[in-house]
Design a binder for this molecule. Structure first.
Ligand code: SIN
Length: 183
């Protein structure tokens, strides 16, 4: 496709599905609303360094394999040098995973990477009932701020992308109830 933003020498596409959608503390060359197939977003990863601590981890998102599912997020074309910052930011259990990223506005796919935290990493927490996850998030905070803000900012960013995610929106509603004044 003419004008297609393929990654050139020294540049790479990165797909963000969690805080990488709304906390863009890195330079990028291009940004596109995008999606990846076969993955679902879940608040199953522990956070020791951003939204919790080692003693009291927060809960943040990872992706879990789910045939047929589509996960919407934001793709960034970055210079290779930016990986130093991103690898450090995502160091608590995430690793780079190669993936095809579908760029929504352009109707084409590009090769890229996403950061995923597999079950078995040292900080993985796994599934739990929604009420339990919400209570956990409502109580946790760490060096990057409250776990509640991480969740509510993600829920808002997904609404802005018109990317309904029932798991995230259910948790956001529960956490708002738990943390409402007088509750
Ligand atoms: C991501 O946003 O793509 C990874 C998970 C996170 O940093 O919240």
């Amino acid at each position: 496709m003419a004008g297609e933003p393929a990654a050139g020498a020294g540049s790479h596409w990165v797909f963000g599905y969690g805080s990488l959608i709304y906390k863009v503390d890195f330079p990028f060359l291009q940004r596109e609303v995008a999606e990846v197939s076969g993955w679902e977003r879940r608040f199953w990863q522990g956070s020791h360094d951003h939204r919790g601590t080692v003693a009291a981890p927060g809960r943040v998102v990872t992706l879990v394999p789910s045939p047929g599912a589509v996960c919407k997020g934001m793709a960034y074309l970055i210079d290779e040098s930016v990986f130093g910052h991103l690898d450090h930011r995502e160091k608590n259990g995430y690793h780079r995973h190669e993936v095809d990223i579908s760029l929504s506005g352009r109707g084409n796919s590009v090769a890229g990477v996403l950061y995923v935290a597999d079950e078995g990493n040292h900080a993985f927490l796994g599934p739990a009932p929604a009420a339990e996850i919400a209570a956990h998030i409502a109580a946790a905070s760490g060096p990057s701020g409250s776990n509640r803000d991480y969740l509510l900012q993600l829920a808002q960013a997904l609404r802005d992308l018109d990317a309904a995610d029932p798991h995230v929106h259910e948790l956001a509603q529960l956490v708002r109830q738990i943390t409402a004044p007088g509750s």
